[in-house]
Design a binder for this molecule. Structure first.
Ligand SMILES: Cc1cc2nc3c(=O)[nH]c(=O)nc-3n(C[C@H](O)[C@H](O)[C@H](O)COP(=O)(O)O)c2cc1C
Length: 346
C-alpha cells in the first residue's frame, strides 16, 4: 500500500509529491480465479454480447464483457413502452429479452472468443433447475471466464417473488449453479438492492458456494405519465438505473465489504455496479470495496464509456498515490478508521 493517508484527496500528485499518469499503474485485478487485465467491465443487458462495442473498439481491452442474461429459450421480453427517462437515470421493464442459449452458443460466444474478449456470461431462469442447467452447459464452453447469476428475476415456483429478495431462494439458485459449474469457472451472484439486509443475502449466496458477488442490479421504481395519467411503462414498474442509484450501490458494497473486514462474512471479491459514468464514479465503488466495476446505463449514450472509465480510473488512482489497483480496493474503510483514530480524544 503506497497511498498516503490524510493527503488532500484532490491533489493530483503521487505519494512522493510527483505527478504521475497511469503509465506505471498496475491495473490488473481478478474475480476468483479469473484474471482481469483491467477492472472495468460492461454491465449485463447494456451491451448485448459486445458485438456493437466491437465495431467501435477492441473489446479485448475491457476488463470483461458481461453478456445480457441468457435464458434456456428465446424470449421477447415485456410489452412496450418499456423505457422511461427519470432525473439522473432511466427506468426499464425490458424483461429478459433474448435469443436463448442455443443462439448464444452458436453466434455470440464464438464472436466473443474470436475477439479475444474476457467473457462473463450472465444466466437467468424461471427456477433453480434452469439456472443450474444453463450454468453447467456454459462452464463447459471454452472462452467462458465466469458465470454471473442474475437472481433478480421472478421465481415462478414461488408466486413470482424475486429470488434475490429472499436469502433462502438466492441460496437455492446459487447452490444449484455452483454444483453444476463444479469449480470450472468462478460463480458471481448478482444481488438486488431491494432488500432490508443486503449482508444477509450476500451471506446466503457465499455460503451456497458463490465465489464472488456482483452488486447492484436495478432498484424497483415507477413513473406516471401526467399527460396520459397512466403509468409510463406497460409493465407498470421497472428497474431504475444510472447515476440516481450510485449512492445505493456504494452503500451496498460498503456494507458487504465492511462485514467481510469484520469477519462476519467470508472474504470474497465484490464487483461494483450502479450509476458509473466516470472514473471518479468507479473509484467510489472501488474505495468502498469493489475489486472490479461494471458500466451499464452510461454505455447507451456513450458506447466508449466502459473503456474510457477504465482509463480515467487508472489516472485517478495513480494520481492519489496508488501503484496498484488492488491496493485501492476497500481503502475508504482504512482511511475512515485512521481518521476516527486521529479525531478520538486522547
Ligand atoms: C436496459 C437494461 C437491461 C438490463 N438487463 C440486465 C440483464 O439482462 N441482466 C442483469 O443481471 N442485469 C441487467 N440490467 C442491470 C444492469 O446490469 C446493472 O446492474 C444496472 O443497470 C445498474 O448499473 P448502471 O446504473 O450502470 O446501469 C439491465 C439494465 C438496463 C438499464
Amino acid at each position: 500500500m503506497t497511498a498516503v493517508a490524510g493527503r488532500d484527496p484532490g491533489a493530483a500528485s503521487g505519494p512522493d509529491g510527483a505527478g504521475r499518469g497511469s503509465g506505471g499503474f498496475d491495473a490488473v485485478t481478478g474475480v476468483g480465479a479469473l484474471r482481469l487485465a483491467n477492472p472495468v467491465l460492461t454491465a449485463s443487458g447494456c451491451a448485448a454480447a459486445g458485438r456493437e462495442l466491437g465495431a467501435l473498439y477492441d473489446v479485448a481491452a475491457l476488463g470483461a464483457v458481461v453478456t445480457k442474461s441468457i435464458l434456456r429459450a428465446p424470449r421477447s421480453g415485456r410489452p412496450t413502452p418499456r423505457m422511461a427517462e427519470t432525473p439522473s437515470g432511466m427506468l426499464n421493464s425490458i424483461g429478459l429479452q433474448g435469443p436463448g442459449i442455443e443462439a448464444f452458443l452458436a453466434k455470440d460466444l464464438p464472436w466473443l472468443r474470436d475477439a479475444g474478449a474476457t467473457v462473463i456470461v450472465s444466466v437467468a431462469g424461471n427456477d433453480a433447475t434452469e439456472f443450474a442447467e444453463l450454468a453447467g452447459r456454459l462452464a463447459a464452453e471454452p472462452g467462458v471466464g465466469a458465470i454471473e447469476v442474475n437472481i433478480s428475476c421472478p421465481n415462478v415456483a414461488n408466486r413470482g417473488l424475486v429470488f434475490a429478495c429472499d436469502p433462502v431462494s438466492s441460496a437455492e439458485v446459487v447452490r444449484g449453479v455452483a454444483g453444476a459449474v463444479a469449480g470450472r469457472v468462478p460463480v458471481l451472484a448478482k444481488l438486488s438492492p431491494d432488500v432490508t439486509d443486503v449482508v444477509a443475502v450476500a451471506r446466503a449466496a457465499l455460503d451456497a458456494g458463490a465465489d464472488g458477488l456482483a452488486m447492484i442490479n436495478t432498484t424497483l421504481g415507477m413513473v406516471i405519465d401526467t399527460d396520459t395519467l397512466r403509468p409510463a411503462l406497460a409493465g407498470i414498474t421497472g428497474g431504475l438505473s444510472g447515476p440516481a442509484i450510485r449512492p445505493i450501490a456504494v452503500r451496498c458494497v460498503w456494507q458487504v465489504h465492511a462485514a467481510m473486514r469484520a469477519g462476519a462474512l467470508r472474504p470474497a471479491p465484490i464487483v461494483g455496479i450502479g450509476g458509473v459514468r466516470t472514473g471518479r464514479d468507479a473509484a467510489e465503488l472501488v474505495l468502498a470495496g469493489a475489486c472490479a466495476v461494471q458500466v451499464g446505463t452510461a454505455t447507451f449514450h456513450d458506447p466508449q464509456a466502459p473503456w474510457r472509465v477504465g482509463r480515467e480510473l487508472a489516472d485517478l488512482l495513480a494520481a492519489r498515490g496508488f501503484d496498484r489497483f488492488t491496493d485501492a480496493v476497500g481503502h475508504a474503510h482504512e482511511a475512515l478508521a485512521r481518521h476516527l483514530e486521529q479525531e478520538a480524544p486522547r
